[in-house]
Ligand binder design. Structure first.
Ligand SMILES: *Cc1c(COP(=O)(O)O)cnc(C)c1O
Length: 425
């Protein structure tokens, strides 16, 4: 019996499903998860000592590669001075300044400890600021596990949604409208009907939680215009795309200014840091300046901030995103080419350091198109790659992540292995 399986059996006895976040359990691909012992650069090693080229990257944070020596050193140095104070520190100002300096739409921000907290707080703020209750989200976009966001679309275009989790009372989601990503007409219709009641539209400006779906030309611009017209706030959830899709997130790539932005993942460099920020006049509604309550015992934690700040410093090196994006292009295009050469219907797309691999002919642009991907083929591809030492996300509906440590040799090795696996599909 492998040590991974042994650990999984043991984990299942005290941890529900053996994991502390459900996708890790391999339920959608079958088999048992690899227990990771250590990671370095583009690699992770499991409990059996097997090495994998890693394209999960801790689900996004590991943009510099795992265990970057400068980040590790910063964490060690910060830890020596104490783990948490519950009082302000200079490093918190530095990371806030570093983020605000790079993302122009963020004039003021507050630190939290996860993406979930960031989006939950941003929505409360949007409601507090506008005095309205309704919110708009899109099917297939994930914004963390706050009650009002665990909703899927109802049957009609403007009917209210259904909870995606038991334990979420329908009353808690009755203010959440769930619309189709990339379908601006539906958003127009929603504003026509409920415009004066909508506090905000929250969107992943590039959707990375239904594999990877880019916004169609005009979609984000349309959301911006509608929010402005109706006095609702536009929230870009850049928890995944922030400092990942480009140096200023998707908003920088597209030249669109949201009212509020949520961040996490990369800004913590592998430690628990999230943030929400935006226009100063909105952010000033947060306590202690305003009446919107928001707090956190470990918010701005000095060790976590040290990891994030050092990561942000290293990301500012000239040419960083050009190189990262080029490596990601080589991988995404290379995978699709090898798949097609083997007669498999597969396509690939990418932005910055994230990519999508789709088991269908054309790159999907909507949730429905994404749902048409061949899941059975993906599963076989996933396990074929895994046993040959390449770790992709264990689900057909997750984006993949490339880091600065994925050099040409690593990409070439991945593509050679993929060629072998595609040939067997
Ligand atoms: C990961 C993610 C979240 C949730 O962040 P957690 O840190 O897991 O709570 C929210 N929004 C988006 C877009 C994400 O990718």
């Amino acid at each position: 019996m492998s040590r991974n399986t042994e650990l999984f059996d043991r984990a299942c006895r005290t941890i529900p499903g053996g994991v502390n976040s459900p996708v890790r359990a391999f339920r959608s691909v079958g088999g048992s998860p690899r227990f990771i012992k250590r990671a370095q650069g583009p690699y992770v090693w499991d409990a059996d000592g097997q090495r994998y080229i890693d394209y999960v990257g801790s689900w996004g944070p590991a943009i510099l590669g795992h265990a970057h020596p400068e980040v590790i050193r910063a964490v060690q140095e910060a830890a020596v001075d104490g783990l948490s104070f519950g009082a302000p520190t200079e490093a918190e100002i530095e990371i806030a300044e570093a983020i605000a300096a790079r993302i122009p739409s963020i004039e003021k921000l507050r630190l939290v400890s996860s993406g979930t907290e960031a989006t939950m707080s941003a929505i409360r703020l949007a409601r507090g600021y506008t005095g309205r209750s309704r919110i708009v989200k899109f099917e297939g976009c994930y914004h963390g596990h706050a009650d009002s966001l665990l909703v899927k679309a109802g049957s009609g275009m403007l009917t209210f949604g259904n909870p995606t989790s038991s334990g979420v009372p329908v009353e808690f989601i009755q203010h959440t409208l769930v619309l189709d990503y990339n379908k601006l007409e539906a958003v127009e219709a929603a504003f026509k009907e409920y415009g004066a009641e909508i506090a905000c539209v929250i969107v992943e400006p590039v959707a990375g939680n239904m594999n990877l779906v880019k916004p169609l030309p005009g979609f984000l611009e349309g959301l911006r215009a509608l929010c402005t017209q109706y006095g609702a706030l536009l929230i870009f959830d850049e928890v995944m795309t922030g400092f990942r899709a480009g140096p200023q997130g998707v908003q920088g790539l597209m030249g669109i200014t949201p009212d509020l932005t949520t961040l996490a993942k990369v800004i913590g460099g592998g430690m628990p840091v999230g943030a929400f920020g935006g226009r100063a006049d909105i952010m000033e509604h947060i306590a202690p300046l305003g009446g919107v309550y928001q707090a956190g015992t470990l918010s701005g934690n000095p060790v976590a901030v040290a990891a994030g700040l050092t990561t942000l410093k290293l990301l500012a090196e000239p040419g960083f995103y050009e190189r990262l994006s080029e490596q990601t292009r080589k991988l995404a295009e290379g995978l699709a080419e090898r798949g097609r050469a083997a007669g498999v219907a597969v396509s690939g797309d990418y932005v910055g350091g994230m990519f999508g691999l789709y088991f269908r002919d054309a790159i999907p642009t909507t949730f429905d198109e994404m749902s048409e991907c061949n899941i059975e083929l993906f599963k076989r591809f996933f396990h074929g790659m895994l046993i040959r030492g390449v770790h992709f996300a264990p689900s057909a509906f997750e984006a993949g992540f490339v880091s600065a440590a994925h050099d040409d040799a690593v990409i070439a090795e991945t593509l050679a292995i993929a060629e072998e696996v595609f040939a067997k599909l």
